[in-house]
Ligand binder design. Structure first.
Ligand code: KG4
Ligand code: ZN
Length: 360
């Protein structure tokens, strides 16, 4: 390959991922090991299990992505790793692997903020993935290039985060607000668990919602009109639970609900989440006078959310860029954001530590 390449490592939550990405955003190699099956029986990610699984998988995943790219450690320009935010044990595995390889191969180390990377995914086109032909027409940033994307409002909606940023460029992000309790995806997963729809449950809830009446239950839109950019979904979760079984009941396993009620609960719940996400994003765009909304994270795959965002973008006249579906969920390709830090000579040292808590 005649372009500079870097190795990006991602292990913030429950996906172990590595990718080899060129300076122009071409993906030469990529490997993701998901842990969904390990956590399913618990209805959520178990940190201890996640860390151990990362430890088992991290070297094979890195090795696979390098082999796929036909690249050796020596050929790398840098090694990048997500050092924040995330589960401490999970982060540690990726960071220690990255530091060890950087030391062994004598390569510079770059620390990535996982949330910034989720938004950077908006700039990476589907066509760039696994494209080794190098034809310029279908590689690199999506229709919008690096310079013209900003300023923008960034919305991240995932299993771990619900956050709004004012993005001045790819790495200069100002925190506007975020969830004070559950993340949007977490709420989807918990409602799925109450209805025994499996884990992670976002996709299942969305599928049931399509057959339901979104007005059947009037669930709360917490904080929708409070003037902040914060979110809260725990009240909604409780309201769903009361709607299903009434207060007090803990065990949902023997619950018999008709398909109609399940579908109506899912539709009404989904509508409540989406209404709040859309209202706050829309207000952030208006109040900051920026022309574009970037959306990333697993819940960005939700069809109702995408549809409603498209409607308000059309009505208010702003540009909407949602990450390609396969780059919405956790992956290492979005670690291509490391090039932005390399361009600014922003390298980490070998004493890099993890930062599990959300960085504002
Ligand atoms: O970004 P992601 O892979 O994980 C984190 O970084 O946290 O997002 C996973 C989350 C899960 O909570 C999953 O239920 C949710 O995204 N999700 C969805 C949909 N697809 C995935 N939620 C609603 N509708 C969907 N279509
Ligand atoms: Zn994530």
């Amino acid at each position: 390959c005649d372009e500079d390449v870097l190795l990006a490592i991602e292990s913030t939550c429950d996906e172990t991922a590595a990718a080899v990405v060129t300076r122009s955003g071409r993906v030469l190699g990529e490997c993701i090991a998901t842990q969904e099956n390990l956590h399913e029986q618990f209805g959520g990610v178990v940190p201890e299990i996640a860390a151990r699984a990362h430890l088992e998988r991290i070297l094979p995943v890195i090795d696979t992505s390098l082999r796929q790219a036909n690249v050796e450690g020596n050929d790398l320009h840098a090694i990048a790793v997500a050092d924040r935010p995330g589960l401490a044990g999970s982060l540690l595995v990726g960071v220690v692997a990255a530091k060890s390889l950087a030391m062994a191969w004598q390569k510079p180390l770059v620390a990535i903020n996982h949330l910034h990377a989720h938004l950077y995914a908006c700039q990476l086109s589907r066509a760039a993935r696994n494209d080794t032909t190098g034809s310029e027409a279908d590689v690199g940033p999506q229709s919008v290039d690096d310079e013209s994307v900003y300023p923008a409002i960034g919305l991240i909606v995932s299993g771990g985060h619900t956050t709004l940023y004012l993005c001045r460029d790819a790495i200069d992000l100002e925190y506007l607000g975020g969830t004070i309790d559950d993340a949007a995806g977490e709420a989807f997963d918990k409602v799925a668990a109450m209805l025994s729809l499996g884990f992670p449950g976002g996709v299942a809830v969305a599928r049931w919602a399509e057959k339901g009446d979104d007005q059947a239950f009037s669930f709360p839109r917490s904080k929708q009109h409070d003037g902040s950019y914060d979110f809260s979904f725990s009240g909604l979760k409780t309201a769903v639970r009361y709607a299903i079984v009434g207060p007090g009941r803990q065990d949902f396993s023997t619950l018999e609900l008709s398909d109609e009620i399940k579908a109506n609960v899912c539709a009404s719940f989904e509508a409540a989440v989406v209404d709040v996400l859309v209202a706050k994003s829309r207000r952030a765009i208006r109040e900051h006078g920026v022309p574009r909304l970037l959306v990333g994270g697993g819940v960005a795959a939700n069809r109702r959310l995408r549809r409603q965002l498209e409607e308000v973008a059309e009505a208010d006249g702003f540009d909407l860029v949602i990450a390609p579906p396969e780059l919405c969920t956790d992956n290492a390709v979005m670690g291509a954001i490391a090039w932005k830090k390399i361009d600014r000579n922003d390298f980490a040292t070998l004493d890099l530590d993890i930062t599990p808590g959300l960085q504002r």
